[in-house]
Design a protein. Structure first.
Length: 487
């Protein structure tokens, strides 16, 4: 009950902040908004500093909301909110010296590969191709820093079954909020702040043939499609798990809503999140008969999209269909760009330096080859900035985490816990596959969710033992009580 109370307080604060933002945006009542915000901020920081896990939940909230809020309050420096929230969790850990911290939880392969990846990212400062240390500082947050901070905090301070349940609740709560915001854009159109944002450049990619690609309060429609598809996949997997009927119906309805939002985001690459994730789930749950059915269903969907024109009058179906067209213009451009990267990187095994491609490249080294050539993919970005050596190391780490994670999940005896971990595993696999088509993995909020998922794979046996030990403790208490009674 106490935890439910905390979540209610957390959601109440989120709602109040949103109300204050609406007041600022539409009514310009800055004074009233400040009156609202100051006491809430005091209570909120008190709550955050109560336990590092609270700061971690705050991080998830920032990862979902910060980019959307910047559109309404462009003068506030909200770009570093995720960094701030993660640092708060370290402060909270230092603040509470009485916390029982079991540092043995850090003695695992996940921490080893995280450490190796951090060292490689730090070594990139010395890359002779790198243009600017400032660019490295900004870009390394997405490639390594968030991962390095999130994983140990989760392993040390959010390592119980209750924490895992709260993790799911937060993802689904914020995804529901994002869905409502996205539906508002789809039905009523964008508001003034979103219109302003579209006019700074994203209009060309977000309004195609007069149709809006819904982006909700995410950084763009691509990130929104992948993120909401990720939440939908996890909700769908939990909906078929050994849970109470009411819970399963709620999760099933949420999954359908999230998948609908994925479609209206018009993000073709995000389709691979539920498709690849569903296949990973069927394989990981060793459910080979269902896997056969799943392959047939996906095959039918593929044939419907690839070899028929049914439903072509619907823009969304037409857009999904273009994802499977090898002659599609955007696919041709991507292939051409990858060939150009290949030639450029042939003599640069360590890449062009962190922060030299994409938006950071355009900001810190405009006019250079890497800044001006779109990478369109998380892996192409890593390859461009860290070279074939960095990309090989990165792929090895991702494969290691996924494989060892799966082996740990297979050891879990409790069916409910296994289903929850399989949902995280499938989500992780779906995002890894979809990151080939879009730079999803290091973006918010997906990055934080994936890093915490990895921590839960490596906590699988501990979480299982926690459940298995509960009945024993209860029986011991009962036996002791009976013994006293007899005496």
């Amino acid at each position: 009950m106490e935890n439910q109370g905390k979540i209610k307080v957390f959601l109440l604060i989120a709602a109040t902040i949103l109300t204050a933002l609406v007041m600022v945006t539409y009514l310009n009542i800055l004074g009233i908004a400040a009156l609202f915000a100051i006491p809430i901020a005091v209570v909120f920081f008190y709550w955050v500093l109560q336990h590092p896990r609270n700061a971690l939940y705050f991080t998830i909230g920032c990862a979902f909301m910060a980019i959307g809020v910047i559109r309404y309050l462009p003068s506030l420096p909200l770009g570093l909110t995720v960094d701030f929230a993660l640092i708060l969790s370290i402060v909270a850990a230092a603040f509470h010296t009485n916390l029982k911290t079991d540092f043995n939880k850090l003695e695992n392969g996940l921490m080893v590969v995280t450490g190796i990846w951090l060292l490689y990212n730090i070594a990139q400062i010395a890359n002779p191709e790198a243009r600017s240390t400032a660019a490295w500082f900004y870009a390394v947050r997405g490639t390594a820093l968030y991962m390095v901070l999130t994983i140990p905090i989760t392993l040390l301070y959010a390592r119980t079954n209750k924490d895992l349940d709260r993790f799911f609740k937060l993802i689904f709560s914020f995804s529901l909020l994002a869905s409502i915001w996205g539906l508002r854009q789809y039905i009523f159109g964008v508001d003034a702040a979103e219109e302003r944002w579209l006019n700074t450049g994203p209009r060309t990619t977000h309004i195609l043939f007069g149709n809006l690609r819904v982006f909700s309060f995410f950084s763009d429609a691509g990130q929104f499609g992948a993120g909401i598809g990720h939440a939908g996949l996890m909700a769908a997997i939990l909906a078929v798990g050994p849970f109470p009927t009411k819970t399963r119906i709620t999760l099933g309805v949420m999954a359908l809503l999230f998948f609908y939002l994925l479609v209206i985001s018009g993000t073709r690459g995000a389709l691979f999140v539920p498709i690849a994730g569903a296949m990973a789930y069927l394989f990981a749950s060793k459910n080979f008969t269902t896997m056969g059915t799943g392959i047939l269903v996906l095959g039918a969907l593929f044939f419907f999209l690839k070899f028929s024109n049914i439903g072509n009058q619907n823009y969304q179906i037409r857009r999904m269909r273009s994802a499977l067209d090898p002659q599609d213009a955007s696919l041709t451009v991507r292939k051409l760009n990858q060939e150009r990267f290949k030639m450029y990187l042939a003599t640069r095994p360590f890449g062009g330096g962190i922060g030299t491609s994409g938006s950071w490249g355009q900001r810190f080294s405009p006019g250079t080859f890497l800044a001006e050539t779109p990478n369109d993919s998380w892996y192409v970005k890593i390859w461009a900035e860290m070279g074939i050596i960095g990309l090989s190391l990165h792929l090895f780490i991702l494969a290691y985490i996924s494989l060892i994670g799966l082996l740990k999940i297979w050891k879990v005896k409790d069916p409910r816990l296994r289903q929850k971990l399989l949902a995280l595993f499938a989500g992780n696999f779906g995002i890894l596959v979809a990151s080939y088509g879009n730079p999803i993995l290091g973006q918010m909020p997906t990055g934080i969710i994936i890093y915490m998922s990895w921590a839960y794979f490596f906590l699988a046996v501990d979480l299982d033992n926690e459940i298995l030990e509960k009945p024993k403790i209860t029986h011991t208490h009962e036996a002791t009580a009976r013994l006293h009674h007899h005496h």
